[in-house]
Design a protein around this ligand. Structure first.
Ligand code: GDP
Ligand code: IMO
Ligand code: MG
Length: 420
């Protein structure tokens, strides 16, 4: 059986912390999409760790972690991350596995990402510049190199061929930064990668399932950044939704049991693109400050706003969410009043649906106002002790979405999670 944890908003919902907490009940934790654009924060022995490529179950001894075929992998990031994880005494030779079908991010993919963003000018996506888009383009364009290719004696020839192709594109963009140092680190990191456990991911995971093992699939980014269902073109380049689990790991749909959807008690977005409930005022600034809303991968300030139930409802529908995890509830502790977006006003017409090309619409969010709880909650460990006003806030969300919040996270620590 496979359970899934994924983001319902525009990323950074706190997936890393939740996966780290849940991992104790599973045998395998597997990433199914995305790459080093992800930044999943967890606390290990009171130390903050941000994972970009390695699944967030890695700090539990005796759990297996798989980087699935749907992921794009930057060997340089992986090598650095492995060094951090190993410094906590984790034996990666024993518990990290990488699918041979996982596509490699080359230095020229990163250069192309940068060149393409620069060329877009004001229309830029706000990419993390980790080479995600160009690598997925080479995957669907049937040009990319995969982890399994590293074991082929012709790897360098294949690399040079692709690099030449990329160089022509870079010349077109008039991109002439020297990336020779990136290439040097890349080839060093490849030597390291060759020594890790490279496996046939789909047989690996299906054998685990056949043996009755429990698998937790960890999503990166969020549903509103999905290549098909997100706010295109301001999205990432993979399927972040639950359907991506099947194609990103090689598991059949009927193997999926629960889909845990993670949402903040409010909402954030980093990078460009539409964000209906964004607060470009003092309240937004307060959310950013109290929530420490700065990107875990790029350090950029995150845009902040109220929770958007129209977008959440859409995400629940696309993912088949069975249980909701609400994070960062403690960030709202000091607010006297809270707003919840329940519909969009589109040129005078109310709608509860996400329109095509959200950014082109003249849209005003319609809010329902709630009283804040105005009490510190981060020390609370049981649902009964939470303020009544928070319970009412949660009950309203449950009723609107038709899916219940099963966990409330009230701090970044592993133990700051309340089951309902
Ligand atoms: P992810 O990408 O979904 O894993 O989320 P990030 O790690 O990018 O961002 C979430 C941030 O919120 C991290 O700094 C977490 O340590 C922090 N965090 C997670 N859950 C909570 C919570 O319930 N309360 C507070 N205050 N911080 C949290
Ligand atoms: P986690 O897993 C938040 C955003 C970028 C940009 C857009 C495209 O930590 O939640 P890309 O680098 O993929 O080409 O960028 O997507 N983005 C994220 N935002 N959290 C993430 O990951 C993100 N990964 C990508 O800011 O707007
Ligand atoms: Mg993040």
């Amino acid at each position: 059986m496979v359970d899934v944890i994924l983001g319902l908003q525009w990323g950074d919902e706190g997936k890393g912390k939740i996966v780290d907490y849940f991992a104790k009940d599973y045998d395998v934790v597997a990433r199914f999409q995305g790459g080093p654009n992800a930044g999943h924060t967890l606390y290990v022995q009171d130390k903050k760790v941000v994972l970009h490529q390695i699944p967030s179950g890695v700090f539990h001894a005796n759990k297996l972690n798989l980087i699935g075929n749907g992921v794009v992998l930057d060997p340089v990031t992986l090598r650095k991350e492995c060094a951090t994880v190993s410094s906590f005494g984790i034996d990666l030779k024993k518990n990290l596995f990488i699918s041979e079908r996982t596509h490699l991010i080359l230095p020229t993919h990163r250069a192309l990402d940068k060149a393409a963003e620069l060329a877009k000018g004001n229309d830029k996506i706000g990419s993390t510049l980790k080479g995600i888009g160009p690598t997925y383009m080479d995957k669907t364009g049937r040009n990319g190199l995969r982890v399994g290719d590293l074991l082929d004696k012709n790897f360098t020839t294949q690399y040079i061929k692709l690099r030449l192709k990329h160089q022509k594109l870079l010349d077109n963009f008039q991109f002439n930064e020297d990336i020779s140092s990136w290439e040097e680190e890349f080839f060093e990191a490849l030597e390291f990668l060759r020594e890790l456990n490279i496996v046939n991911g789909e047989y690996f995971i299906n054998e685990q399932l056949a043996n009755g093992k429990r698998v937790l699939a960890e999503g990166a980014q969020g549903s509103m950044l999905d290549i098909d269902f997100g706010t295109f073109p301001f999205v990432t380049s993979s399927n972040t939704v639950s359907a991506g689990v099947c194609s990103g790991l090689g598991v059949a749909p009927q193997k999926i049991r629960d889909v845990f959807g993670v949402t903040k008690a409010y909402c954030t977005r980093v990078g460009s693109g539409p964000f209906p409930t964004e607060l470009e005022d003092e309240t937004g600034e307060r959310l950013r400050k109290i929530g420490n809303e700065f990107g875990a991968t790029t350090g950029r300030p995150r845009r902040c706003g109220w929770i958007d139930l129209v977008a959440l409802n859409f995400a629940c529908m696309i993912n088949g969410v069975t249980k909701i995890v609400m994070t960062k509830a403690d960030v709202l502790d000091a607010f006297e009043e809270l707003q919840v977006c329940t519909s969009y006003d589109l040129n005078g017409k109310q709608s509860k649906q996400i329109p095509f090309r959200l950014e082109k619409q003249k849209l005003t969010p319609v809010y329902e106002q709630f009283k804040g709880w105005n009490t510190p909650t981060s020390e609370v460990r049981d649902f009964g002790s939470l303020p009544q006003t928070m319970k009412e806030y949660v009950a309203f969300i449950n009723q609107y979405l038709g899916v219940d919040v099963h966990f409330i996270s009230n701090g970044p620590g592993r133990d700051q999670l309340i089951a309902i």
